[in-house]
Design a binder for this molecule. Structure first.
Ligand code: 26Q
Length: 819
């Protein structure tokens, strides 16, 4: 065994020899990127050792394995996280220091892979972290987008999208490994012919075009274990063979064009969250990565067992929303067409293998594909989906005899559309929601009729977040305090944070906890200064709403409330308030006009307030953080005093940002929606600020259509005055009336839709009152500090380790690898 000094020397030598071998450079002549890349190579050697061993142990173990299929992953930067997992952060920092380099600068070189939109993608990455940490055999499977989620700039107060060429930035991604021996062909288009062979119907698929899928594997390091999981991302390529054929026929241009067409499949992530985007390329993406994944799973299984009859004993596949649902008919296709298995046996195996997680109740986000498009692009899969539909409708007929309308609404194919959610429910062993409330809404509302037929399928598993990234990585200052005061158990068992409970009454500890918060606020303020040239005052309350821009998340209600505060500060010299900086961070889907206007309003308001008299500016500030991503979240969240979780009750399936803020000691102001309900249960009524209608009340209001936003407007002077700013010219100095639309949607509705569909004006009065209470609570310093500590102390339940153990007990039934 080497001693500490020798191991540090080993790192230094490693960096030097990598610089020499890879770039022909020395520490003196290399640039930052080259030093970063050399560090990655040194760390990778150790990671590779563990990864290789994991694969051996897994093969020997021979147990059931989980494949977590997701069209999005948001892993965040790898370097600092991996060094934490290796327990070598300090050693690398010191080694680099000796070379005269700061580790922070090096870590800042790294790209943040934005291969997802928001909650669903980040959840997938938290789950992989926990699976690895808990020693479960698992692989995440997705798409290696060449361009991730767009980078956001704010220009003239509006969002501008810039392509995220994350691979170009660093000359490739140094953590990935291409696995050429696991390349598979995926077929698109073509025609079907049928033939009876020995009385058995055989389907032939011809004239299709082929796209090659090449996997790139990323290591996912467990914490406190040598286990290393895998994130496998598929990249699309044109088959060389076909290319050469047309090339030799002299069709050079067509050959190159075809190549482009194939490779466009993994080119870019669709920037839509909870929003319909029925593009043919998107359908291609979904089939591309699910087909490659299923082919790989089948090949591995057959290599061990020779046939697919025991597949359900050895494999489970979790489908992250409906996007990977084509994995289901793809598995059937292989069983039937390639393995010659019979339809019914294949269906029965399939039904045991798949689990489906739903992440949304918004009807516009339930995935449906035009039948014609589906049929042209995937003729064989289309035929199989029809087969599934026939069987399923026959089964429903027995349960709901004569009830055509009901069966029609539950069918997988209907009104010339393929309904992916219905396919998933019909063919999965388990369907789960992502919080208690969401699970109940699925059973009572979204999938009510399905629930009556097969109640045992439905369950809810509350989301979680990995403490490694959201505490150890994001908040080293807090970790140091925790290590000193309650030991280090919490790193692998987050419920150990409850050891903080007694300290919530210890003044000295409260002060140290508050000092950590202030340090994190300063760190964020410095970062914002450096990135955006904006100065903010860490002595003000930091009130943060960071999440995708969407009407149901109600950033607009937050903004109207700020306008109202501004109006009172400007016009009522007796109005006093605790100084607050309201911080927004949000990306809007490029074609979502309403969300973009909301972003513009936040930025315009920010400027307006910055030009106000000092009495106002000293009490109220608004800032917009550009380009929110995992890296920004890691700096922003630990700096928050207040966490805004204010969606219309019943609409946010869970939320996970809410958990990250809580863990880092922010106090929530929120509605009883998604996991906020469980946060309230954990933290207690005294340590959270809840306001607004409940999901049931919203339901009733909608059912009886007896909400009038006009009445809400008429009956509240604060609302009237705040709304007035949207149209009176105060906020658009050039007379462009940019916010007229927002005003109209709230009061009158937009081309035929209801006015104020997300009940902004309805909840405004209680939201405003709740904020007043919160500001009073903040002034009682001891009370506030206690609340903050108790939020951290009671966040243990929201570890994704707990979520994963829940999934395993209820659904997967995996055995742990013997590490
Ligand atoms: C659907 C059809 C067509 C095109 C796009 C889509 C689409 C794309 C992305 C639908 C949904 C998404 C993403 C949804 C999402 O992120 N949902 C969030 O999932 C989190 C993890 O469970 C929850 O915490 C959030 O409440 C939920 O909004």
């Amino acid at each position: 065994m080497l001693n500490k000094h020798e191991r540090k020397q080993q790192i230094i030598d490693g960096i030097k020899s990598n610089l020499r071998n890879q770039f022909g450079k020395t520490v003196k002549t290399a640039n930052k990127t080259q030093i970063y890349l050399a560090c990655v190579q040194v760390a990778r050697e150790e990671i590779m050792d563990r990864w290789v061993k994991t694969k051996e142990i897994e093969a020997e173990h021979g147990g059931k394995k989980l494949y977590y299929l997701s069209v999005e992953f948001l892993p965040g930067r790898a370097m600092s996280n991996n060094l934490i997992a290796l327990g070598k952060t300090d050693m690398y920092a010191e080694a680099l220091m000796e070379l005269g380099i700061s580790i922070n600068e090096i870590e800042d070189i790294e790209a943040d892979p934005g291969l997802g939109n928001g909650g669903l993608g980040r959840l997938a990455s938290c789950f992989l972290d926990s699976l690895a940490t808990l020693n479960y055999p698992a692989m995440g499977c997705g798409i290696r987008y060449e361009y991730g989620l767009f980078r956001q700039r704010i220009i003239n107060d509006a969002q501008v999208e810039i392509p995220d060429d994350w691979l170009d930035d660093m000359g490739g991604y140094p953590w990935e490994t291409p696995v050429y021996e696991d390349e598979f062909s995926v077929r698109f288009g073509g025609k079907l012919t049928e033939e009876y062979v020995d009385g058995v119907l055989k389907v032939h698929h011809t004239d299709y075009s082929v796209v090659e899928a090449i996997p790139f594997d990323l290591p996912v390091l467990g914490y406190g274990t040598d286990n290393v999981g895998t994130l496998r991302l598929w990249s699309a390529h044109s088959p060389k063979q076909i290319d050469m054929e047309s090339f030799s026929r002299g069709e050079y241009v067509r050959a190159v064009e075809d190549r482009e067409l194939a490779e466009v499949i993994s080119k870019v992530l669709y920037p839509a969250e909870n929003h319909k985007e029925g593009k043919s390329l998107r359908l291609k993406q979904h089939y591309f990565f699910t087909s490659a994944t299923i082919q790989y799973i089948v090949r591995e299984h057959k290599r061990c067992y020779g046939s697919l009859y025991n597949l359900a004993d050895k494999v489970c596949i979790q489908i992250n929303d409906t996007h990977p649902a084509l994995a289901i008919p793809e598995l059937l296709r292989i069983m039937i067409d390639e393995e010659g298995m019979d339809w019914e046996a294949s269906c029965n195996i399939c039904k045991k293998v798949f689990g489906y997680t739903n992440h949304t109740v918004l009807s516009e986000a339930l995935e449906k594909w035009p039948e014609q498009l589906f049929k042209e692009l995937l003729p064989r899969i289309y035929a199989i989906v029809h087969g599934i539909n026939e069987d399923y409708c026959a089964k429903l007929w027995k349960f709901y005899p004569g009830q055509w309308d009901k069966i029609g609404s539950m069918a997988i194919v209907g009104y010339n559309e393929i309904r992916m959610a219905n396919l998933c429910v019909a063919m999965s062993d388990h369907v789960n929601g992502v919080s208690q409330l969401h699970g109940e809404i699925l059973k009572r509302d979204v999938f009510k009729n399905f629930f009556m037929v097969e109640p045992w399928k439905f369950t809810s598993i509350t989301n979680g977040i990995t403490p490694r990234r959201w505490l150890l990585n994001a908040n080293p200052a807090l970790c140091k305090l925790l290590d000193d005061s309650i030991g280090e158990d919490y790193k692998q068992d987050l419920s150990a944070l409850n050891k903080l409970e007694p300290l919530a009454d210890d003044s000295a500890f409260l002060q140290r906890f508050a000092d950590v918060k202030l340090e994190n606020k300063r760190r964020f303020a410095d970062w914002l200064q450096q990135k955006q040239g904006i100065t903010i005052d860490p002595s003000m309350v930091f009130d943060v709403q960071s999440k995708r821009a969407h009407e149901y998340k109600r950033q607009l209600m937050n903004l109207l409330h700020i306008i109202s505060l501004y109006d009172r500060l400007m016009n009522d010299s007796s109005f006093e308030m605790t100084p607050v900086t309201f911080i927004f961070a949000a990306k809007a889907s490029a074609n979502y006009t309403m969300a973009k206007q909301i972003i513009k309003l936040a930025n315009v308001l920010s400027h307006k307030i910055s030009m106000a008299p000092s009495r106002v500016r000293e009490r109220l500030n608004v800032v917009f953080v550009e380009n929110y991503n995992v890296t920004a979240a890691e700096i922003l969240i630990p700096a928050a005093d207040v966490s805004e979780q204010i969606s219309t009750a019943g609409k946010e399936a869970s939320g996970t940002g809410n958990m990250k803020f809580m863990l880092n000691g922010a106090v929530t102001i929120g509605t009883l929606d998604g996991a906020n309900v469980e946060i309230k249960e954990q933290v207690g009524d005294d340590n959270i600020f809840i306001f607004g209608l409940t999901a049931q009340e919203v339901e009733r209001l909608n059912r009886y259509a007896n909400y009038s936003s006009g009445k809400a407007y008429e009956s509240n002077a604060l609302i009237r005055r705040a709304m007035d700013y949207l149209i009176n010219g105060e906020l658009d100095l050039n007379g462009t009336r940019v916010f007229n639309d927002l005003y109209h949607v709230l009061l009158f509705g937009e081309n035929g839709t209801r006015a104020d569909p997300y009940l902004v004006l309805k909840d405004f009065p209680t939201y405003s009152e709740c904020h007043a209470k919160l500001r009073t609570a903040y002034c009682d310093t001891k009370r506030w500090q206690r609340m903050s500590v108790l939020n951290t102390a009671r966040a243990g339940y929201f570890s994704s380790d707990r979520s994963i153990e829940d999934y395993n007990e209820k659904i997967w039934k995996l055995d742990k690898l013997p590490f």
